[in-house]
Design a protein around this ligand. Sequence first.
Ligand code: HEM
Length: 260
Amino acid sequence: MGQEIELYYKPWTLFAVMQSLGLLLFISGMIYRFSFYFKGRRKSLYKKPDYLLMLKAIWRYVFLQKQLAQQNILRWFAHISIFYGFIGLLMLSAIAVALETVIPADSSFSRYMLHGQGHNYYKAAGDFFGLIMLLGLLIAFVRRYIVKDSQLYTDSTDSIALIILLTLVITGFLLEAMRISLLPPSPELQYSFIGYNLAVIFRGISGIPSLATALWLFHSALNAALFAYIPHSKFLHIINSPLEIALNVSEERMRGDLYI
Ligand code: HEM
C-alpha cells in the first residue's frame, strides 16, 4: 500500500496485466459460482425484505461477529483482527487511489496527505493494520496447525488462503523495510514502525533496488492470485456470509433457521 517517490523500479505495465487477469478470473469465477444459485426452481424469498432487521443482523454478525465470540473468544479475536486489518489496508489503498485520481493535487488535503503530517499518519496506519492482520493470521495458524483445535476442520483451500494472506503481509513489511533502507535516516521514517525496525536487515547491502523490484512484483502477483482464488475457496465467505446473514434474518420467522 502506499504512494512513494520511486526508490526502486516498478514495472507498472506488467502490474496492470497481472491485476486485470486477476480481476477477470475473479469475475468469471463469481459468475460460475453464483450461476448455481439461480438454477434453483423453488421460490427463494417468501417475504418482502425487512431492511432494518437486515441492518441489525449485519451489525451484529458481520461487524461484531458475535456468533464467533459465542463459540470461542480466541477464534473471534483472530477473525476480527484479520477482518479489520484487511479492511483498514483496503481503506488506505482507496485513499491512495483517490489522491492519485480524483482529489486535486493542489488541494490542502492532498498536500497534507502527500507532504505533511498526514503522510506520517498514513504510514503508521499501514503498519498498524498490517500488524493486527499478522497477529490474527498467526493465531489462526497456531489454532489450525499446532494446537489443532477440535472445532476446526482444515482442508487444503484453508491452508492456501491463510498462506497467501500471511505471505502478502510479510512481503509487504519487507518491501517497506527495503524502501526505508534506501533512504537517508530521518526521524519521520519511524512512523513506519515495523518497516523502520526491519530496515536494519537491508541497510548497506548492495542490490536492494533490484530485490525490491522483484519482491514488489511478487507481492502484487500474489494480490492478483488472491482475487482469482476468492471464488474457489473459503474466501468466498467474504461475499457469501453477509448476504446469507441478511437474507436469513429477514426470512427466518418463516424458515426458523440460523440467526436471531
Ligand atoms: C490483499 C492485498 C494486499 C495486502 C494484504 C497487502 C499487505 C501489505 C502490508 C501489510 C504492507 C506493510 C504495511 C504497509 O505499508 O501498509 C504492505 C506494503 C506494501 N504493499 Fe501491499 N498488500 C496488498 C496489496 C498490494 C498491491 C496490489 C500492491 C501494488 C503493487 C502493494 C504494494 C505494496 C507496497 C509498495 C508496500 C510497501 C509500502 C512502503 O514502502 O511503505 N500491495 N502491503
